[in-house]
Design a protein around this ligand. Sequence first.
Ligand SMILES: CC(C)(COP(=O)(O)OP(=O)(O)OC[C@H]1O[C@@H](n2cnc3c(N)ncnc32)[C@H](O)[C@@H]1OP(=O)(O)O)[C@@H](O)C(=O)NCCC(=O)NCCS
Length: 171
Amino acid sequence: MPDPATQPAPPPALTTAVPDLTLTALTPADADAYYALLDRNRTHLSRLGDYQEERDATEAWVRDHLSRDPAPDLRYGIRLRGRLIGRADLIAVDPPRYGTGYWLDEAHVGAGYATAACTALYRHAADALGATDVFAGVTHGNTRSVALLTRLGFEQVADFADYTRFHLSLR
Ligand SMILES: CC(C)(COP(=O)(O)OP(=O)(O)OC[C@H]1O[C@@H](n2cnc3c(N)ncnc32)[C@H](O)[C@@H]1OP(=O)(O)O)[C@@H](O)C(=O)NCCC(=O)NCCS
């Protein structure tokens, strides 16, 4: 069991433009809720061939996954009235340039929650970490993700066999 006294502090909770929607660190304490969330979203997440580990997740995989300290990446749970409905990550690929990932419970798609969550995350990245750029890779055919990135101000910068790379300047 890791000693809590030697564990790094989790990243701060973030509020969003949606009053009941917050981002707080996704930690080992979320294992049961995160497994339940994954278990009802296996098809939703893997429809385009992404998220293979999540599609095959077991409770043991989730416990191991969440027990790993994500630093220097930021790993946030998206929570609506405190209930876990998704995930948003900031990946320290080459600071101040970052990558990102995000997903929502299928039952909560279509309400603007990913837009609000990602806006808060990238604002925090710029203000607290000095992030200058965020990149995202989107598998061809993921129209919802492309629409989300377009709403957030990302632009397409490269096209590959399986995916398109998007870029957001935070300068
Ligand atoms: C990608 C994903 C997170 C996008 O979710 P989403 O719900 O479409 O995006 P948002 O939460 O920003 O919601 C946008 C929708 O809410 C509506 N909306 C309502 N209020 C809104 C607001 N205040 N702001 C923005 N959109 C709002 C929009 O009009 C849009 O509606 P539409 O579904 O009719 O087009 C989701 O589809 C998902 O989890 N997919 C599976 C995982 C995945 O592919 N992840 C990305 C890998 S690159």
